[in-house]
Design a protein around this ligand. Structure first.
Ligand code: PLP
Length: 388
């Protein structure tokens, strides 16, 4: 059923992404598999962003570029308006992506062999970035109760050793969809203070809070004591579907944090693409109306996923407070390999094993509703058919 919400934006039309070098759509080749794995959206991006990019293309010269002054102003205003977080221009370190940021942070703090803590399940680069930097990824299992996943602060304390130097936080959390409360964030930050850990907070999903009674809180906005040990990683790329344009940023309030980041980046991390700057500025200045319409549409998709999955035997989905990702426990399925089972049914899901949670699945619901309905119907039909 098409969405009934009145909006000047069209999220219902399926735009064919095959043949556009899309990572998401190329994965299954010619097989009839609806791709719902990697986290980008099958929606056209905000017209205000396309217009800004078009204007810049018309200029026709694409030389080496500085971060535009207007982008810096727009970013500062965005953080102030959205989160009442006042940052200074020189706190921003521009990056070509968040995964780059995670890898830079792991190289920037502590020595080789140092422990880097994070809570699992977690977006896979949180587990690979420490290893890439010859650090040791320490996985602290999250706890699940009353339908929500939480950091286990006692287990976190127990996991800390004299080698621990860095903690990687993901908020809102990919894959479990939590928007951590001020209290939860404060508890994590207090552990970092007690053990003198640098806190790296990946907040790429900040603009995708779906629950109307939840607000994203940048952990560094809780106070200067927390900010002074925190590197916040952000980008407009997830909310506005711009990941191929390669523009992200770290926010670090002390020269020491920034110097260490820049030292780890020197000569290796490429400058940011001009189009990424242009798109990010347009998103922050003129993207709000599109974003609000997107959130409405995603809420409808999320509710549909959660309703349908709860009716499928052997599956359990958690409520996504934010993100466009549904986290699903498939350990109750008779089929041993849930990813293959659903691939064979024509639906491409992400394997929870990559997130440190074998037997789980992640489903990306950021697509036109008719396509989502088709995928859910395929899943449901496969589960109703006799298993071999
Ligand atoms: C938590 C998180 N961090 C980082 C990324 C990727 O960021 P980038 O494309 O900027 O490397 C994603 C993409 O899904 C993500 O979910």
């Amino acid at each position: 059923m098409p969405s009934l919400a009145k909006t000047p934006f069209d999220f219902d039309t399926l735009i064919d992404r095959r043949g556009t070098a899309s990572v998401k759509w190329d994965k299954y080749g010619k097989r009839d598999i609806i791709p719902m794995w990697v986290a980008d959206m099958d929606f056209g991006c905000a017209p205000a962003i396309v217009d800004a990019l078009r204007r810049r293309v018309d200029h026709g010269i694409f030389g080496y570029s500085n971060p535009p002054a207007g982008l810096i102003d727009a970013t500062i205003a965005h953080l102030k308006n959205e989160y009442d977080w006042q940052i200074e221009p020189d706190w921003i370190v521009w990056l070509p992506g968040l995964v780059v940021g995670l890898n830079v942070v792991c190289r920037a703090f502590g020595r080789e062999g140092a422990d880097v803590l994070t809570a699992v399940p977690i977006y896979p680069p949180f587990l690979s970035a420490p290893a890439n930097a010859a650090r040791n990824a320490v996985r602290v299992p999250m706890t699940e109760s009353d339908g929500a996943w939480r950091w286990d602060i006692a287990a976190l304390e127990r996991a800390i050793t004299p080698s621990s130097r860095l903690l990687l936080l993901c908020n809102p959390h990919n894959p479990v969809g939590r928007v951590f409360s001020r209290g939860e964030l404060r508890a994590i930050a207090e552990v970092c203070a007690r053990h003198d850990l640098v806190l790296c907070s990946d907040e790429i999903h900040d603009g995708l809070v779906l629950d109307r009674d939840k607000r994203h809180v940048p952990v560094a906005s809780l106070g200067p004591d927390i900010a002074d040990r925190t590197v916040t990683l952000m980008s407009a790329s997830k909310t506005f579907n711009l990941p191929a344009l390669g523009c992200a940023y770290a926010i670090a309030s002390t020269p020491d944090l920034r110097n260490k980041l820049r030292k780890a980046m020197a000569g290796i991390v490429h400058h940011i693409g001009l189009m990424g700057y242009v798109a990010t500025e347009a998103a922050y200045r003129n993207g709000k109306e599109w974003q609000l319409a997107l959130l409405d549409y995603l809420r409808g998709n999320r509710d549909l996923v959660e309703r349908e999955i709860s009716a499928m035997s052997g599956l359990r989905a958690w409520h996504a407070e934010a993100t466009y990702l549904s986290w699903i426990d498939a350990r109750g399925l008779p089929a041993g390999d849930a990813v293959k089972f659903f691939n064979d049914a024509g639906v491409g899901l992400y394997d929870g094993a990559l997130f440190g949670a074998p037997g789980f699945l992640r489903l990306n619901f950021a697509c036109p509703r008719a396509l989502l309905e088709k995928a859910l119907e395929r899943m449901s039909r496969a589960l109703r058919s006799p298993h071999e």
